[in-house]
Design a protein around this ligand. Structure first.
Ligand SMILES: Cc1ncc(C[n+]2csc(CCOP(=O)(O)OP(=O)(O)O)c2C)c(N)n1
Ligand SMILES: [Mg+2]
Length: 279
């Protein structure tokens, strides 16, 4: 291993820093999609610091793997990862959600380096990913397209239309990541519109499907490796069961976790808890 890599932060440390960046952004607004960011931090750490090829100094490098954030409201989580990756300056995170900021509350491709698509109108990320994968294949590119969608987006018909298309075109350069945090704006996912058995559904749609604990870094590493190296034809999906607000127990306990309001004095407590969890 080259010395630079030997000194690189571990994946748990990357995940911890992603959580801290997200909490600091959350504190700027006093509220927001912080539970999603804390829940998905381990997945983002493994995506950016184990699985994906990118150049921090050249985010539009043609040979990069793409990361498509379908769920625009998770932008706070992706900004945290982009900052940790050196694509967005950490000092800029303080501008999150402010007028004229490059970091709007919902992710927009035109504003932010490293933000590949404008998400937020839910259910579209996978459709865009399918088109992008087809285009990359035509160019004989070896890049992979990762796209993060939420369990709420499983309620969208377009998601399943895209899933069928990806299998039809045998898109083995596509890796969908589904954040199953069991929550949506209107309540628990299982009461809004049930989607189980989920891995079996994706398999029936022609996908190589794995289901893992999305807060367990070794399991995620194994799943990302298997998704890349699987010799089967067709698209891959990693279904990630995550816990909202992971790492901050008093926020994990909140029922209405889709959009958290956090009292001013609680931010420091939350940051202390994550800082104290140094691996
Ligand atoms: C097409 C569309 N319909 C509705 C919304 C409003 N909306 C914003 S977030 C959200 C919840 C979606 O579920 P999920 O992403 O699983 O929620 P979370 O896990 O973040 O609580 C909804 C319905 C939207 N952004 N786009
Ligand atoms: Mg959800």
């Amino acid at each position: 291993m080259p010395p630079a890599l030997a000194n690189a932060p571990t994946l748990p440390e990357r995940a911890r820093r992603i959580r801290l960046h997200a909490l600091r952004m959350g504190e700027v607004q006093g509220q927001g999609y912080i539970a999603q960011a804390l829940g998905i931090a381990d997945v983002l750490a493994v995506a950016y610091f184990h699985a994906m090829s990118f150049r921090a100094e050249d985010p539009a490098w043609e040979g990069r793997d793409r990361f498509l954030l379908s769920i625009g409201h998770y932008a706070i989580a992706l900004y945290a990862a982009l900052a940790e990756a050196g694509i967005v300056p950490v000092s800029e995170l303080d501008t999150y959600g402010s007028d004229d900021s490059r970091l709007p509350m919902s992710g927009m491709a035109a504003y932010t380096p490293g933000m590949e698509i404008t998400g937020g109108s839910l259910g579209q990320g996978l459709t865009v990913a399918v088109g992008m994968c087809l285009g990359l294949k035509r160019k004989a590119s070896r890049s992979l397209v990762y796209t993060l969608l939420s369990d709420g987006e499983l309620n969208e018909g377009a998601t399943w239309e895209a899933a069928m298309s990806a299998a039809h075109w045998s898109l083995d350069n596509l890796v969908a990541l589904v954040d199953v945090n069991q929550m949506q704006a209107d309540g628990r996912s299982s009461s809004v519109l049930g989607f189980e058995p989920l891995a079996e559904k994706w398999r029936a749609f022609g996908w190589h499907a794995q289901r893992v604990d999305g807060n367990d870094i070794p399991s995620l590493v194994a799943a990302f490796d298997a998704a890349r190296n699987a010799t089967v034809a067709g698209p891959r999906v990693i279904i990630c069961d995550t816990r909202m607000a992971r790492g901050v127990p008093f926020l994990e306990a909140r029922e209405k976790s889709h959009f958290l309001r956090v009292e001013p004095h609680e931010w420091a407590d939350a940051i202390r808890l994550v800082e104290g969890a140094a691996p």
